[in-house]
Design a binder for this molecule. Structure first.
Ligand code: ADP
Length: 394
C-alpha cells in the first residue's frame, strides 16, 4: 500500500486539506485537494483530484455538519472511498503560532498540545481552530502521528532587535514581541530559490506575500532577518480587510472617545478595513482592478504605496537589496500591482521587463536591472507535507 500524508489548514469557517503521495524519488504530489467551507452557515465539501477533476461537491445543513470534527469525518470518508489503495501515514497541520521558542515543526503529543494551548491568547482568532483540528484527528484516528508546522517558526532566526518593541522590557519577557507570520510561505520560497533563481538564493531578498493576508519578509542567505508582521497578523501592509500598520493611538481614540468596545474594534481591524473598507466595494483585487470607482483606485494606490514603503524599510534591514520576489494570489497573478510597486521602487535599482511581467514571470526585471524581480508561486501545503514526511521519517 502506498503511503500518503494528509495536510490540514483549519480556519474559523473552513477546513482545507491536501492529500500527498510519497514517491520514493522526486517531489511529493497532491492526489486530492479540497475544503469544507461555510462551517456555521452553509457547509459544503469541494474537492478535486491531482488532475483537477472534481471528485466531490456536497452541501449539508448546519445541523448535519456543524463543526470541524464533523467536517474532518466527511473528508476522511471521502478520502477513504477514493483512495482505498493508500495508507494514511501521518497528518501535518498549519498552526499559526509557535510562540517565542518553536523554530521548527513539532511532533504532537499530549504535552505538546498543552504547550500550544498556552499560545491561544496570542492568536485567539486562529490558534483555537488549528488545535481543534489536531484534537479532531486524535479523536477520529488516535493512532495517527501528527505534526504541527508553525507560521511563526521561520522568523525565529531574527535578531532580538528585530523582535523587540519599545515597551518596558518586562513586556518582551511576557511575550509581547514581533513574531512574524506567513513563515511557511517564506520558507517554501527560500527553499525554492536555489532551483529557480540560484543567483539570488544566498543574497539579500525581500519576498512580498500578497494574498488576502499580506506581508513582506527580508531574507538573507535563506534566513528570515525581518518581517512586516509583528505581534499579530494585523501589522505591516494593508490587506484585504485589515488596515496594516497604524498609530496605536487610534485604538485608544476609538476606545476612549468613540466608545467602541474591544470586540467592535477587533471586528473593524480584522474584517472591515483594508481594501474592503477603503474601496467600499470589496476585498478581491480582481474586482478592484476592474472597477472605475475612484475609491477602488485609492485602495490600490494605498496598497502599493505601503508595499513600496515597507520595501524601503526591509532593504535598510538587509543593508541593500539584490532581489524582490512576488508571491501568493495577488503577487503571482496581478501584473498591474507588480508594475505599480516596481515603479515606486525604481530608486532602489528596479527596472521592470513589462512583457515578462504581463506573462507572470518568472524573472520579470529587465536584463540590466540592478535588483532582479521575480514571480515565484508559493506552496504552503507542500512545505507542511515535506516537514511532516521528514519528522515522521516516511
Ligand atoms: P489566501 O490564501 O490568503 O486566502 P490567496 O493567496 O489565495 O489568499 O490570494 C487571494 C487574493 O488574490 C484575492 O485578493 C484575489 O483577489 C487575488 N487574486 C487572485 N487572482 C488574481 C488576479 N488574476 N489578479 C488580481 N488579484 C488576484
Amino acid at each position: 500500500m502506498e503511503k500518503v500524508i494528509l495536510v490540514l489548514n483549519a480556519g474559523s469557517s473552513s477546513l482545507k486539506f491536501s492529500l500527498f503521495a510519497l514517491p520514493a524519488a522526486g517531489e511529493m504530489r497532491p492526489l486530492a485537494v479540497g475544503q469544507v467551507e461555510g462551517l456555521g452557515t452553509a457547509p459544503r465539501l469541494k474537492a478535486k483530484d491531482g488532475q483537477g477533476e472534481v471528485i466531490a461537491d456536497t452541501r449539508w445543513s448546519t445541523a448535519e455538519v456543524a463543526n470541524p470534527a464533523q467536517a474532518l469525518q466527511e473528508i476522511i470518508g471521502l478520502l477513504r472511498s477514493r483512495f482505498q489503495e493508500n495508507e494514511l501515514a501521518g497528518v501535518g497541520h498549519r498552526v499559526v503560532h509557535g510562540g517565542p521558542d518553536y523554530s521548527a515543526p513539532l511532533l504532537i503529543s499530549a504535552e505538546a498540545l498543552e504547550k500550544l494551548d498556552t499560545f491561544v491568547p496570542l492568536a485567539p482568532l486562529h490558534q483555537p481552530h488549528n488545535l481543534a483540528a489536531i484534537r479532531a484527528v486524535q479523536q477520529a484516528r488516535p493512532e495517527l502521528a501528527q505534526v504541527a508546522c508553525f507560521d511563526t517558526a521561520f522568523h525565529r532566526t531574527q535578531s532580538m532587535i528585530a523582535d523587540l518593541y519599545g515597551l518596558p522590557y518586562e513586556y518582551y519577557e511576557r511575550g509581547i514581541r514581533r513574531y512574524g507570520f506567513h513563515g511557511l510561505s517564506y520558507e517554501y520560497i527560500a527553499a525554492t530559490l536555489p532551483a529557480v533563481a540560484p543567483e539570488i538564493a544566498n543574497g539579500r531578498v525581500v519576498v512580498a506575500h500578497l494574498g488576502s493576508g499580506a506581508s513582506m519578509c527580508a531574507i538573507h542567505n535563506g534566513r528570515s532577518v525581518g518581517s512586516s508582521m509583528g505581534f499579530t497578523a494585523l501589522d505591516g501592509l494593508m490587506m484585504g480587510t485589515r488596515p496594516g500598520n497604524m498609530d496605536p493611538g487610534i485604538v485608544l481614540y476609538l476606545l476612549q472617545q468613540e466608545g467602541m468596545s474591544a470586540k467592535q474594534i477587533e471586528d473593524l481591524l480584522y474584517k472591515r478595513s483594508g481594501l474592503l473598507g477603503l474601496s467600499g466595494i470589496g476585498n478581491d483585487m480582481r474586482v478592484l482592478e476592474a472597477s472605475d470607482s475612484p475609491r477602488a483606485r485609492l485602495a490600490i494606490d494605498l496598497f502599493t504605496y505601503r508595499i513600496a514603503r515597507e520595501l524601503g524599510g526591509l532593504a535598510a534591514v538587509l543593508g541593500g537589496l539584490d532581489a524582490l520576489v512576488f508571491t501568493a494570489g495577488i503577487g503571482e497573478n496581478s501584473a498591474r500591482i507588480r508594475q505599480l510597486v516596481c515603479e515606486k521602487a525604481r530608486w532602489l535599482g528596479v527596472e521592470l521587463d513589462e512583457a515578462a511581467n504581463d506573462q507572470n514571470g518568472s524573472r520579470i526585471s529587465s536584463a540590466d536591472s540592478r535588483v532582479s524581480v521575480w514571480v515565484v508561486p508559493t506552496n504552503e501545503e507542500l512545505m507542511i507535507a515535506r516537514h511532516t514526511r521528514k519528522l515522521l521519517g516516511l
